[in-house]
Design a protein around this ligand. Structure first.
Ligand SMILES: [Zn+2]
Length: 286
Protein backbone atom coordinates (compact mmCIF):
# COMPACT_ATOMS: atom_id res chain seq x y z
CA UNK A 1 0.00 0.00 0.00
CA UNK A 2 1.30 3.48 -0.86
CA UNK A 3 2.24 5.69 2.07
CA UNK A 4 1.53 9.43 2.10
CA UNK A 5 5.23 10.21 1.46
CA UNK A 6 5.32 7.75 -1.46
CA UNK A 7 2.27 9.48 -2.92
CA UNK A 8 3.97 12.89 -2.53
CA UNK A 9 7.09 11.59 -4.28
CA UNK A 10 4.94 10.13 -7.05
CA UNK A 11 3.09 13.44 -7.44
CA UNK A 12 6.35 15.40 -7.51
CA UNK A 13 7.72 13.01 -10.12
CA UNK A 14 4.60 13.46 -12.24
CA UNK A 15 5.15 17.25 -12.11
CA UNK A 16 8.78 16.82 -13.17
CA UNK A 17 7.73 14.65 -16.10
CA UNK A 18 5.13 17.25 -17.10
CA UNK A 19 7.72 20.03 -16.85
CA UNK A 20 10.17 18.02 -18.96
CA UNK A 21 7.48 17.52 -21.57
CA UNK A 22 7.04 21.31 -21.80
CA UNK A 23 10.71 22.27 -21.95
CA UNK A 24 12.26 19.16 -23.50
CA UNK A 25 12.84 18.30 -27.12
CA UNK A 26 10.29 19.64 -29.54
CA UNK A 27 8.05 17.06 -31.21
CA UNK A 28 9.04 16.12 -34.79
CA UNK A 29 6.77 18.54 -36.65
CA UNK A 30 7.52 21.72 -34.64
CA UNK A 31 11.25 21.52 -35.16
CA UNK A 32 14.26 23.71 -35.74
CA UNK A 33 13.54 24.35 -39.43
CA UNK A 34 14.46 28.01 -39.18
CA UNK A 35 18.08 27.13 -38.63
CA UNK A 36 18.50 24.81 -41.58
CA UNK A 37 20.51 26.17 -44.53
CA UNK A 38 21.00 24.59 -47.95
CA UNK A 39 24.09 25.54 -49.97
CA UNK A 40 24.72 24.53 -53.59
CA UNK A 41 28.39 24.40 -54.59
CA UNK A 42 29.76 24.25 -58.13
CA UNK A 43 31.55 20.90 -58.11
CA UNK A 44 32.20 20.85 -61.84
CA UNK A 45 30.67 20.74 -65.28
CA UNK A 46 30.07 18.02 -67.85
CA UNK A 47 29.88 18.82 -71.55
CA UNK A 48 28.29 16.06 -73.57
CA UNK A 49 29.19 16.19 -77.27
CA UNK A 50 26.57 13.64 -78.30
CA UNK A 51 23.61 12.84 -76.06
CA UNK A 52 22.70 9.52 -77.73
CA UNK A 53 23.15 7.67 -74.45
CA UNK A 54 20.65 9.98 -72.71
CA UNK A 55 17.73 8.04 -74.15
CA UNK A 56 17.19 4.44 -75.18
CA UNK A 57 14.89 5.54 -78.02
CA UNK A 58 17.12 7.95 -79.97
CA UNK A 59 15.38 11.11 -78.70
CA UNK A 60 18.62 13.03 -78.16
CA UNK A 61 20.83 11.56 -80.90
CA UNK A 62 23.33 14.12 -82.19
CA UNK A 63 22.37 16.76 -79.60
CA UNK A 64 24.87 18.26 -77.16
CA UNK A 65 24.43 19.71 -73.68
CA UNK A 66 26.31 21.32 -70.82
CA UNK A 67 25.44 19.81 -67.46
CA UNK A 68 26.04 21.19 -63.99
CA UNK A 69 27.62 18.95 -61.36
CA UNK A 70 26.85 20.44 -57.96
CA UNK A 71 27.45 19.25 -54.41
CA UNK A 72 25.14 20.31 -51.61
CA UNK A 73 25.89 21.24 -48.03
CA UNK A 74 23.08 21.21 -45.50
CA UNK A 75 23.78 22.96 -42.20
CA UNK A 76 21.52 21.96 -39.34
CA UNK A 77 21.89 22.93 -35.67
CA UNK A 78 22.81 19.31 -34.97
CA UNK A 79 25.42 18.93 -37.71
CA UNK A 80 26.63 19.38 -41.28
CA UNK A 81 25.64 17.04 -44.09
CA UNK A 82 27.31 16.86 -47.49
CA UNK A 83 25.16 15.43 -50.28
CA UNK A 84 27.34 14.30 -53.21
CA UNK A 85 30.97 15.32 -53.66
CA UNK A 86 31.35 16.21 -57.36
CA UNK A 87 34.37 15.66 -59.56
CA UNK A 88 37.65 14.87 -57.78
CA UNK A 89 39.42 18.06 -56.66
CA UNK A 90 42.56 17.08 -58.63
CA UNK A 91 40.63 17.90 -61.80
CA UNK A 92 40.92 21.62 -60.93
CA UNK A 93 44.71 21.27 -61.42
CA UNK A 94 43.98 20.73 -65.13
CA UNK A 95 42.25 24.00 -66.03
CA UNK A 96 41.08 22.76 -69.45
CA UNK A 97 39.52 19.69 -67.91
CA UNK A 98 39.63 16.23 -69.38
CA UNK A 99 37.83 14.43 -72.20
CA UNK A 100 36.67 10.83 -72.32
CA UNK A 101 34.68 9.70 -75.35
CA UNK A 102 31.73 12.18 -75.72
CA UNK A 103 32.23 13.49 -72.17
CA UNK A 104 34.26 16.54 -71.13
CA UNK A 105 34.72 17.12 -67.41
CA UNK A 106 35.98 20.34 -65.81
CA UNK A 107 36.22 21.81 -62.33
CA UNK A 108 36.92 25.47 -61.54
CA UNK A 109 37.19 25.46 -57.74
CA UNK A 110 38.07 22.58 -55.44
CA UNK A 111 35.41 21.45 -53.01
CA UNK A 112 37.84 21.85 -50.07
CA UNK A 113 38.44 25.49 -51.07
CA UNK A 114 34.72 26.15 -51.28
CA UNK A 115 34.11 24.62 -47.83
CA UNK A 116 36.96 26.80 -46.52
CA UNK A 117 34.91 29.89 -47.43
CA UNK A 118 32.60 28.82 -44.59
CA UNK A 119 35.60 27.99 -42.37
CA UNK A 120 34.85 24.31 -42.77
CA UNK A 121 37.36 21.50 -43.19
CA UNK A 122 36.43 17.99 -44.35
CA UNK A 123 36.59 16.94 -40.68
CA UNK A 124 33.74 19.40 -39.94
CA UNK A 125 31.39 17.41 -42.17
CA UNK A 126 29.50 15.20 -39.72
CA UNK A 127 27.57 13.25 -42.33
CA UNK A 128 28.34 12.32 -45.91
CA UNK A 129 25.70 10.92 -48.22
CA UNK A 130 25.79 10.08 -51.93
CA UNK A 131 22.81 10.01 -54.28
CA UNK A 132 24.66 7.10 -55.92
CA UNK A 133 28.14 5.76 -56.50
CA UNK A 134 29.03 7.24 -59.91
CA UNK A 135 32.30 9.20 -60.01
CA UNK A 136 30.72 12.58 -60.83
CA UNK A 137 29.00 12.25 -57.44
CA UNK A 138 31.63 10.37 -55.44
CA UNK A 139 34.76 12.11 -56.81
CA UNK A 140 35.89 13.49 -53.43
CA UNK A 141 34.27 10.89 -51.20
CA UNK A 142 37.61 9.66 -49.84
CA UNK A 143 38.16 13.06 -48.19
CA UNK A 144 35.20 12.34 -45.91
CA UNK A 145 36.05 8.89 -44.57
CA UNK A 146 35.96 10.41 -41.05
CA UNK A 147 32.33 11.48 -41.48
CA UNK A 148 29.40 9.18 -40.78
CA UNK A 149 28.45 7.75 -44.16
CA UNK A 150 24.70 7.48 -44.77
CA UNK A 151 23.81 5.29 -47.73
CA UNK A 152 21.10 3.05 -49.11
CA UNK A 153 21.98 -0.55 -48.19
CA UNK A 154 21.70 -1.83 -51.77
CA UNK A 155 23.86 1.01 -53.06
CA UNK A 156 26.57 0.20 -50.54
CA UNK A 157 26.41 -3.46 -51.50
CA UNK A 158 26.89 -2.46 -55.16
CA UNK A 159 29.68 0.01 -54.32
CA UNK A 160 31.78 -2.70 -52.73
CA UNK A 161 30.84 -5.54 -55.08
CA UNK A 162 33.49 -6.72 -57.53
CA UNK A 163 31.67 -4.89 -60.34
CA UNK A 164 31.27 -1.62 -58.42
CA UNK A 165 34.84 -1.62 -57.12
CA UNK A 166 36.31 -2.29 -60.55
CA UNK A 167 34.30 0.35 -62.37
CA UNK A 168 34.09 3.16 -59.79
CA UNK A 169 35.79 2.13 -56.54
CA UNK A 170 38.78 4.43 -56.71
CA UNK A 171 36.75 7.52 -55.72
CA UNK A 172 35.23 6.07 -52.57
CA UNK A 173 37.42 3.16 -51.41
CA UNK A 174 38.08 4.75 -47.98
CA UNK A 175 34.38 4.77 -47.15
CA UNK A 176 34.44 1.02 -46.65
CA UNK A 177 35.90 1.65 -43.17
CA UNK A 178 33.72 4.68 -42.35
CA UNK A 179 31.09 4.64 -39.62
CA UNK A 180 28.03 3.85 -41.72
CA UNK A 181 24.27 4.22 -41.39
CA UNK A 182 22.37 2.01 -43.83
CA UNK A 183 18.76 2.51 -44.87
CA UNK A 184 16.41 0.78 -47.27
CA UNK A 185 13.38 3.06 -47.69
CA UNK A 186 14.29 6.38 -46.12
CA UNK A 187 16.44 7.98 -43.46
CA UNK A 188 15.54 11.04 -41.40
CA UNK A 189 19.03 12.40 -40.62
CA UNK A 190 18.28 14.50 -37.54
CA UNK A 191 15.00 12.86 -36.51
CA UNK A 192 13.00 16.06 -37.01
CA UNK A 193 11.81 15.58 -40.60
CA UNK A 194 13.93 18.43 -42.02
CA UNK A 195 16.46 16.34 -43.96
CA UNK A 196 15.31 12.99 -45.30
CA UNK A 197 16.91 10.62 -47.80
CA UNK A 198 14.40 8.69 -49.90
CA UNK A 199 15.31 5.59 -51.89
CA UNK A 200 14.50 6.00 -55.59
CA UNK A 201 16.34 3.08 -57.23
CA UNK A 202 16.72 2.31 -60.92
CA UNK A 203 19.61 4.47 -62.10
CA UNK A 204 21.69 2.29 -59.77
CA UNK A 205 20.52 -0.37 -57.26
CA UNK A 206 20.13 2.09 -54.38
CA UNK A 207 19.97 5.58 -55.88
CA UNK A 208 18.37 8.09 -53.54
CA UNK A 209 17.04 11.61 -53.52
CA UNK A 210 17.25 14.19 -50.73
CA UNK A 211 14.28 16.04 -49.28
CA UNK A 212 15.16 19.25 -47.41
CA UNK A 213 12.33 21.07 -45.66
CA UNK A 214 13.25 24.75 -45.19
CA UNK A 215 11.37 27.35 -43.19
CA UNK A 216 11.35 30.15 -45.77
CA UNK A 217 11.95 28.31 -49.04
CA UNK A 218 9.69 25.32 -48.38
CA UNK A 219 10.56 21.80 -49.47
CA UNK A 220 13.42 21.18 -51.88
CA UNK A 221 14.02 17.84 -53.60
CA UNK A 222 17.48 17.04 -54.93
CA UNK A 223 17.08 14.38 -57.60
CA UNK A 224 20.49 12.75 -57.86
CA UNK A 225 20.35 11.20 -61.35
CA UNK A 226 16.71 10.12 -61.18
CA UNK A 227 16.58 12.63 -64.03
CA UNK A 228 19.84 13.55 -65.74
CA UNK A 229 18.54 16.78 -67.33
CA UNK A 230 15.31 18.78 -67.54
CA UNK A 231 14.05 17.19 -70.77
CA UNK A 232 14.30 13.74 -69.17
CA UNK A 233 11.60 14.77 -66.70
CA UNK A 234 9.47 16.41 -69.38
CA UNK A 235 9.68 13.47 -71.82
CA UNK A 236 10.27 10.65 -69.27
CA UNK A 237 13.24 9.40 -71.27
CA UNK A 238 15.58 6.84 -69.71
CA UNK A 239 19.33 6.84 -70.42
CA UNK A 240 21.05 3.75 -71.78
CA UNK A 241 23.44 3.91 -68.79
CA UNK A 242 20.50 3.36 -66.47
CA UNK A 243 20.59 0.01 -64.66
CA UNK A 244 16.91 -0.92 -64.48
CA UNK A 245 14.20 0.84 -66.55
CA UNK A 246 10.96 -0.46 -64.91
CA UNK A 247 12.45 0.31 -61.49
CA UNK A 248 13.41 3.89 -62.33
CA UNK A 249 9.99 4.53 -63.89
CA UNK A 250 8.34 3.31 -60.67
CA UNK A 251 10.72 5.48 -58.60
CA UNK A 252 9.85 8.50 -60.74
CA UNK A 253 6.13 7.85 -60.15
CA UNK A 254 6.76 7.89 -56.38
CA UNK A 255 9.03 10.92 -56.72
CA UNK A 256 6.43 12.96 -58.59
CA UNK A 257 3.78 12.06 -56.00
CA UNK A 258 6.16 13.19 -53.24
CA UNK A 259 7.03 16.40 -55.09
CA UNK A 260 3.31 17.19 -55.42
CA UNK A 261 2.52 16.40 -51.76
CA UNK A 262 5.44 18.52 -50.58
CA UNK A 263 4.80 21.24 -53.18
CA UNK A 264 8.56 20.93 -53.56
CA UNK A 265 11.07 22.84 -55.59
CA UNK A 266 12.61 20.06 -57.70
CA UNK A 267 16.32 20.52 -58.36
CA UNK A 268 17.48 18.22 -61.16
CA UNK A 269 21.09 18.13 -60.07
CA UNK A 270 22.68 18.02 -63.54
CA UNK A 271 20.39 20.74 -64.92
CA UNK A 272 22.47 23.88 -65.47
CA UNK A 273 19.33 26.05 -65.38
CA UNK A 274 18.24 24.49 -62.06
CA UNK A 275 21.71 25.04 -60.59
CA UNK A 276 21.97 28.64 -61.83
CA UNK A 277 18.56 29.42 -60.33
CA UNK A 278 19.88 28.56 -56.86
CA UNK A 279 21.66 31.17 -54.72
CA UNK A 280 25.33 31.45 -55.71
CA UNK A 281 27.54 29.94 -53.02
CA UNK A 282 28.18 31.00 -50.27
CA UNK A 283 24.63 32.35 -50.40
CA UNK A 284 22.06 29.74 -49.39
CA UNK A 285 18.40 28.81 -49.15
CA UNK A 286 16.86 28.75 -45.70
ZN1 LIG B 1 25.53 12.11 -62.45
Amino acid sequence: MATASARRIAAAFALLVAAAACTGEAPPESNVEGDVKLYAMDCGSIDVADMSVFSDDGTFDGQSIRLANPCFLVRHPKGNLLWDTGHPDELADTPDGTTFDVWHYALKTKLVDQLALLDLKPSDIDYLSLSHLHPDHSGNANLFAGSTFIINAFERQYMFSEEGRTAFGESYSSLEQATTILFEEEHDVFGDGTIVMKSMPGHTPGSSVLLVRLENSGSVLLTGDLYTHAKARELQTVPTFNLDKPTILESRRRFEALAATENARVVIQHSLAAFEALPTFPAFLD
